[in-house]
Design a protein. Structure first.
Ligand code: ADP
Length: 477
């Protein structure tokens, strides 16, 4: 594979033909080279996005809906190619990759339909000689920076509402997974957007990030990634007063109360923990189980977790490799620390290389019992396939432990009691709550967090507001 930048409606090599290599995380063998943008390439992309914005902002929602519908159809038509590339560069099982393409496409469809519903207000005036209008206008050219765990969905979830709102975009995907984005931009190219409406930049994150952050013409940055980089971008944004959306790390609790349906709780744990090998910001990171049912829950969970197969995402497996050695080391550190401090490893617990001493890094599905609050895994995001089980005695205690984190992205609770479900979902300090389900993300709902998990929302009627700004017009007649 060989990927190029996409600027002003054309695929092009980077200045001086600079490139970087991309590896398959399962074999660690090189799968291709991707263009590495220079400062001048980035400036060209900003110029293009700015020039195109001057006309794209005047398009109407019906015209933008046509473009997005075409893009949606192309995504559906090419889902297998997109998914195969994703598995190759990210490692996730092919069926999951297909799921991600469909999920991403569902946002394009939703925002094709939302583009025609942007509306302002006509306010009742104090004096009858006045007319008071409120318009919603696109905010301007937008920079989109996303991580490797969902190589397509993370940026499409931002790009679709931005384009629906009338903004032009510059997308900067992660260096580990640029090829899915390149394939997607081939579809963007065919969908018929005017030159400069959509740009793709790949390469050095700090270099690209700096050009986007420093340029006053970029009016908004939407970022998904680590809290550390999110904070850095928030401090840089002050210089040009850009609007920011930040979708950062999580540390999701999953609470199983004594009145839970254990089948649902086990399924919810599998759904929220093992997808993408646990490399998901809304993945369950702590399982809190009432002491009276912990044995029954653990027994049922182990039966299911034992069935999960780890391996090459192109084969029939449930989990692929860990993205890289640093990710693998973090998981190992969390598990080793828990065991050293007294947790019991009931399953898994030792990672391995794909080819004994070489190849990619794999971590088996792992279940730890007897986890306590001072262990690393109870305090940091693991980003791996590990279920740490912590017991509690009362509802108050469970909620206190669940909220005892700087993060606030997603939380899950399992109970058959309506009052308890209501109480607990209101008490949890999180942006998203799943009750009796481990799957909550969907195009019509607001995705996002509170506290150190960031701000801004993606999805639904809420998501498009991030790319619109108000203009008030007072008219004397
Ligand atoms: P992760 O740990 O999930 O890789 P990061 O926050 O490091 O998360 O990366 C998320 C995205 O942010 C990636 O596209 C990465 O290239 C980009 N990125 C990393 N550092 C910076 C930076 N200083 N400025 C702008 N983007 C950055």
């Amino acid at each position: 594979m060989n990927g190029r930048l996409y600027i002003k409606g054309e695929f092009k090599d980077a200045q001086f033909n600079r490139k970087f290599t991309v590896n398959n995380p399962y074999t660690l063998s090189e799968i291709g080279e991707q263009a590495s943008a220079s400062v001048s390439d980035c400036e060209e992309a900003v110029d293009a996005a700015y020039d195109a914005f001057c006309s794209y902002k005047k398009s109407n929602g019906y015209e933008r809906a046509v473009l997005l519908r075409r893009l949606h159809a192309l995504m559906v038509e090419h889902e297998s190619e997109l998914a195969a590339i994703m598995t190759e560069e990210q490692g996730k099982p092919y069926t999951e990759a297909i799921g991600e393409v469909r999920y991403a496409a569902s946002y394009v469809q939703w925002y094709a339909e939302e583009a025609i519903r942007i509306k302002g207000d006509l306010l009742e005036p104090t004096h009858s000689s006045m007319r008071l209008k409120v318009l919603k206008e696109p905010i301007g050219p937008v920079g989109i920076i996303t991580p490797w765990n969902f190589p397509l969905a993370m940026f499409v979830r931002k790009m679709a509402p931005a384009l629906a709102a009338g903004c032009t975009v510059i997308v900067k995907p992660a260096e580990q997974t640029p090829f899915t984005a390149v394939k997607f931009f081939e579809l963007v190219d065919r969908a018929g957007f005017d030159k400069g409406v959509c740009q793709l930049l790949t390469g050095d994150a700090v270099l690209i990030g700096k050009v986007l952050m420093d340029d006053e013409r970029i009016r908004k940055i939407s970022f998904t990634g680590s809290t550390e980089v999110g904070k850095l971008l928030a401090s840089q944004a002050g210089k040009t007063l850009k609007k920011l959306s930040l979708e950062l790390g999580g540390h999701a609790p999953l609470i199983v109360f004594e009145d839970a349906d254990l089948e649902k709780a086990v399924q919810g744990t599998l759904d929220s923990k093992f997808r993408n090998c646990g490399q998901v910001c809304i993945a369950t990171n702590r399982v809190l189980v009432h002491e009276s049912i912990v044995e029954a829950y653990t027994e049922k969970l182990l039966v299911k977790v034992r069935e999960l197969k780890v391996g090459n995402g192109h084969e029939a497996v449930d989990m692929g490799p860990i993205i890289d050695e640093a990710g693998f080391d973090k998981i190992s550190r969390h598990v080793d620390d828990a065991v050293n401090r007294g947790a019991t490893c009931l399953l898994g617990g030792k990672g391995f290389r794909q080819d004994v001493t070489e190849g990619g890094f794999l971590y088996p599905p792992t279940v730890l019992a007897g986890v306590t609050g001072e262990m690393l895994i109870a305090n940091e995001e693991t980003f791996g396939p590990v279920v740490p089980i912590i017991t509690f005695k009362t509802e108050e205690e469970a909620v206190r432990i669940a909220n005892d984190t700087p993060y606030g992205l997603s939380a899950y609770a399992f109970t058959e009691g309506l009052s308890r479900a209501t109480r607990v979902s209101e008490a949890l300090e999180y942006g998203m709550i799943g009750i009796n389900t481990g799957r909550i993300s969907t195009a019509q709902a607001p995705f996002g967090g509170v506290k150190m998990s960031g701000y801004g929302r993606e999805g639904g009627t809420y998501g498009i507001e991030e790319y619109l700004q108000l203009k008030y017009i007072g008219i004397g007649i």
